[in-house]
Design a protein. Structure first.
Length: 503
């Protein structure tokens, strides 16, 4: 089964633009299209920089050719249903087959539901027009009409006057708009239009009272019907507008689903070809970025070592040992010590400076290399080991003290199992010291709460043989800290200090 990075439904200006960005980003992309773009009724496009006067079909054909060089696959097919799981979207086609992808772009456009007046559908896109910017220049200075089918057309009625002095508005308009139209010499005819006349070209309109008004072109609007029924069952958020209900999207086209985007006329019915192309390109880039983030997160989650090497790619060294460790270890007689998750070595260096034969072990090669450099700079003898399998087979042992300070990770790893294995390296009469975060700092952003286990819960989870260990401390300790804004604060640490019974 092929799994695509992205499936684009719709091969018009928006869909092909999105696919182009994705193909250039080396995403495995499939475009599904039925070959029925909204502007197929028009002979030429206008207002499209570099393509003014180009046939819509020619633009699509060139776009398809361009996509082939980037490995984008185009297929003629209709989509009947889209389903999604946590990891993918499943697109069912009209032949019953299904395609799987990590993300979906809906660029299926709309249909214009035209007024039920004879002649309108016959001349739609040629003599019956909807966008003055797209077609006004071609009918400039001619006899133009505006058929009002909605109060929303007030803007269109005033706009058409820019292209001709001879304009008739058919329908009822509110007084303020009527005054503005009359002031610019626009005639208003309230008798209903019952037919658009003309064979190959529009020649006029017939009114309900039998009169005929000569006309070279007629502007009106249809009701936009978005082609998105195949996701209706998903319950995606929608926005109700004066012209209909459309999928709600953010500025880059993302819907309320994290894996589904929508772009072009299917969400913006008034968008012209260049606007749809720009929106499609924006959406394509946004989808690629979302997948880049997902790729990175999956790589991180798949390898704790990669994650921590990334965290330690830049120096995190503070030069200060853990305050709680210093306080608890200061009165212990020096011996051999192993620090699990040593990072850049601050605790190990402090221990070595105070007479301990110190070894540090960490999963990050970057951290261990930097720790060794810091130890050399400090002039202390300390050994550091990098190992993905903590506590590492070559750390030696037994140790008079095994420590693990703030041994937490956003990447899943067997923390308790590591601590249990580390406890086996404690010498007879030696100690195991585990220091953990007991709570988030007071300056943590709202909504970033994270539950940390109590020291008692940690001790229970460790499940060490209570006949072999004596509990010396299980407590929460408060230590001074400095908040990011430089003010004095405090942090709470959970402490477990155990002593192995002497043989």
């Amino acid at each position: 089964m092929t799994k695509w990075d992205v499936i684009v439904i719709g091969g018009g200006a928006a869909g092909l633009s999105a696919a182009q960005m994705l193909g250039r980003a080396r995403r495995r992309t499939l475009v599904l299209d039925t070959g029925s773009p909204r502007n197929r009724f028009a002979d030429h496009m206008h207002g499209v920089l570099g393509n003014d006067g180009t046939r819509p079909a020619d633009l699509v054909a060139r776009g398809r050719e361009e996509l082939e060089r980037y490995g984008v696959v185009l297929r003629e097919a209709a989509v009947t249903r889209v389903d999604e799981t946590e990891r993918e979207v499943v697109v069912t086609l009209d032949d019953g087959s299904a395609e799987h992808a990590r993300a979906l772009v809906i660029a299926t456009g709309i249909s214009d539901e035209l007024p039920p007046i004879p002649g309108i559908a016959d001349h739609w896109g040629s003599g019956v027009l909807h966008c003055p910017y797209c077609h006004g220049w071609e009918v400039r200075d001619r006899n133009l009409g505006v058929l009002m089918v909605s109060p929303l057309q007030a803007h269109q009625a005033e706009l058409v006057r820019q292209w001709s002095d001879d304009v008739v508005v058919f329908g009822t308009v509110e007084p303020a708009v009527r005054a503005r139209l009359h002031a610019r010499g626009v005639e208003i005819e309230e008798t209903p239009v019952v037919e658009v006349l003309g064979d190959e070209q529009v020649t006029g309109v017939r009114l309900e009272d039998g009169r005929t008004v000569p006309m070279d072109a007629l502007f009106t609007m249809g009701t936009p019907r978005p082609h998105d029924a195949f996701v209706a069952h998903l319950g995606l958020e929608r926005s109700d507008t004066p012209v209909g209900s459309f999928l709600t999207v953010d500025p880059a086209g993302r819907t309320s689903s994290s894996r589904i985007w929508a772009t072009g006329n299917v969400v913006a019915p008034m968008a012209t070809v260049p606007v749809a192309m720009g929106a499609g390109s924006t959406t394509g880039a946004a989808v690629n970025w979302a997948l880049v983030e997902e790729d990175a997160q999956e790589a991180v989650m798949a390898s704790p070592r990669q994650f921590w090497n990334g965290r330690y790619a830049a120096q995190m060294w503070s030069g200060k040992p853990n305050h709680t460790l210093v306080d608890l270890v200061a009165d212990l007689p020096p011996g051999r010590v192993l620090d699990i998750g040593c990072g850049e070595g601050a605790d190990v260096i402090w221990l070595a400076q105070h007479g301990w034969e110190a070894v540090g072990v960490d999963i990050s090669d970057n951290a261990v290399a930097r720790a060794a450099e810091h130890a050399a700079d400090a002039g202390v003898a300390a050994r550091f080991v990098a190992s993905e399998d903590l506590p590492a087979a070559d750390v030696g042992g037994p140790f008079d003290l095994v420590t693990a300070s703030f041994f937490h990770s956003p990447v899943d790893f067997d923390r308790i199992g590591i601590l249990r294995r580390a406890s086996e390296l404690v010498a007879s009469g030696g100690r195991l010291l585990v220091i953990s975060h007991a709570a988030m700092p007071s300056w943590a952003p709202e909504g970033h709460d994270h539950p940390f286990p109590s020291p008692e819960a940690e001790l229970t989870e460790l499940a060490l043989d209570d006949t072999a260990w004596t509990v010396e401390r299980v407590e929460t300790r408060t230590r001074p800290a400095t908040a990011p804004d430089g003010t004095a604060s405090e942090l709470d640490d959970a402490v477990i200090l155990l002593r192995r019974e002497a043989d």
